[in-house]
Design a protein around this ligand. Structure first.
Ligand code: GLN
Length: 223
């Protein structure tokens, strides 16, 4: 499995390290041509407003939209989740917008900048997942095709109790927290399973989709 981790900013190196430990080939991606041949893509945590600015500067916005549109498994964590959301609060410019979720940035305010919570994630098995939240967003709304994977525990004090913090929409995965900062690799394994399920056909498709884009055609003109 060849996984690309968007490396414009943020904690991409930690994601690369976890995937490598799991035996996947993980690459840092900065340029559109580095998207070629990927089985999956991760957009890491960092600062979403910086991501969206750099994606424009590096010419990545359209290629990334085309690939996700074409079914490339894509996982956004924290700032990455904000970037792939259909709508996010307080964003100066649009992100990629391909996942049908509405997200609140910095949902825990200044008082609770970061915290840890043990999350029930049934898709990963019975053992709770140790989740690290850093100036985290939450998901306020999900579309009909989105499966909720985890919510904050209801007994959590303060804002956010019961909020959605992990979700999946087919080939798209979103987590509000930082699985790459803990020793638990189950979410990275889960994403690898998503990419494996999609199969090697996606590589060939990805190359075609990128080539179509560079020839000037748009996704609307494709059959
Ligand atoms: N607060 C950041 C943002 O709005 C996200 C923080 C993170 O990725 N840990 O983009």
């Amino acid at each position: 499995m060849k996984i690309g981790v968007l490396a414009l900013q943020g904690d991409f190196a930690e994601h690369v390290a976890v995937f490598s430990r799991l035996g996947a080939e993980a690459h840092e991606v900065r340029l559109p041509e580095e998207l070629d041949g990927l089985d999956g893509l991760v957009i890491p945590g960092g600062e979403s407003t910086t991501f969206t600015r750099l994606m424009v500067d590096y010419g990545l916005l359209e290629p990334l939209r085309r690939l996700a549109d074409d079914g490339l498994p894509t996982w956004g964590t924290c700032a990455g989740m904000i970037v792939i959301a259909r709508q996010a609060s307080d964003m100066p410019r649009p992100g990629l917008g391909f996942m049908d979720i509405v997200v609140d940035r910095n949902a825990f305010g200044r008082q609770v900048d970061s915290f840890e919570a043990d999350l029930e994630i049934p898709a990963l098995g019975p053992e709770p997942f140790p989740a690290v939240f850093i100036r985290a967003p939450v998901i306020r709304q999900v579309g009909p095709e989105v499966e909720v994977l985890a919510r904050l525990p209801n007994d959590r004090a303060g804002g956010g109790a019961g909020s959605i913090v992990a979700a999946r929409q087919g080939h798209l995965l979103a987590t509000a927290f930082h699985p790459e900062l803990t020793d638990d690799p189950r979410l990275h394994r889960y994403f690898l399973d998503m990419t494996e399920a999609r199969g090697s056909a996606s590589k060939v498709r990805a190359a075609t989709v990128l080539a179509e884009g560079s020839n000037g055609s748009t996704r609307n003109s494709r059959p």
